[in-house]
Design a protein around this ligand. Structure first.
Ligand SMILES: O=C(CO)COP(=O)(O)O
Length: 260
């Protein structure tokens, strides 16, 4: 079986500041060793430079291979009259390697549709940014036994627009809406069931993509539930919201990701 490198990505959402960037790197310098998951930091766009600065000042000799910069969203357009938007090439200029696409908050609060998300995925790939594609069902969809239908449809929209090879090197985050910020994480069994479904779906189209793709779990991950979640065979790490704002706890998630 392929050894997929675990990943822990921190989505700050609209939180944090330059001080948080500094505090995180103090923690990284003292805690992270060469034996580390891939860590992706996704601060608000205004703090990408601050995180990059701390990263460059950091004493971590292996930092290039370990800590990566990511954005929380990207425009589906290359350039033009789109007030307030940031293009994939601009994120590249800032040193980003990853971008979160299709977060449920973007879908529900800002009206991003499956179509827009597929276009954003394409825009990111065009600039060699790695998409972290978020998919997940609401509590009513789960209660109506529609989880696999929702997840399958979200994957299909991306495959139809971009082809299966667009998932080469991409990352998927399974984030059930009911688990985000609720303190009510999916159980390890619930997460594994959906992750296995996602991997099987991709394996059917491309064995190579299905085997290699990293599928993160997101939704109320904490140092107390991470070990059981990350130990599941198809869970390759986590996309972390609230705990990514707490340097010590975030670092303990990174340690847990390597120890399971
Ligand atoms: O939405 C999330 C990450 O993108 C998860 O947020 P929480 O970890 O705060 O539940």
């Amino acid at each position: 079986m392929t050894q997929r490198r675990p990943m822990v990505a921190g989505n700050w959402k609209m939180n944090g500041d330059a001080k948080l960037a500094k505090a995180l790197f103090v923690e990284f310098n003292t805690t992270l060793s060469g034996h580390s998951p891939e860590v992706v930091l996704c601060p608000p766009a205004t703090y990408l430079e601050s995180v990059k600065h701390e990263f460059e000042q950091s004493a971590l000799s292996f930092k290039q291979s370990v800590i990566k910069l990511g954005a929380q969203s990207v425009s589906e357009h290359d350039v033009g009259a789109y007030t307030g938007e940031i293009s994939a090439s601009m994120l590249k200029d800032l040193g980003c390697q990853y971008v979160i696409i299709g977060h449920s908050e973007r879908r529900s609060l800002y009206g991003e549709t499956s179509h827009t998300i597929a276009e954003k995925f394409a825009a990111a790939k065009k600039q060699n940014l790695t998409p972290i594609l978020c998919i997940g069902e609401s509590s009513s969809e789960r209660e109506a036994n529609k989880t696999f239908k929702v997840i399958g449809d979200e994957l299909n929209t991306i495959i139809e627009r971009n082809g299966i090879n667009a998932f080469d090197n991409a990352v998927i985050a399974y984030e059930p809406l009911w688990a985000i910020g609720s303190g009510n994480s999916a159980t390890p069994e619930q997460a594994q069931e959906v992750h296995a479904f996602i991997r099987k779906r991709l394996l059917e189209v491309s064995p190579l993509v299905g085997e290699n793709i990293r599928i993160l779990y997101g939704g109320s991950v904490t140092p107390s539930n991470a070990a059981d979640l990350f130990a599941q065979p198809d869970v390759d790490g986590g996309l972390i919201g609230g705990v990514s704002l707490k340097p010590t706890d975030f670092l303990s998630l990174c340690t847990i990701a390597m120890s399971v």
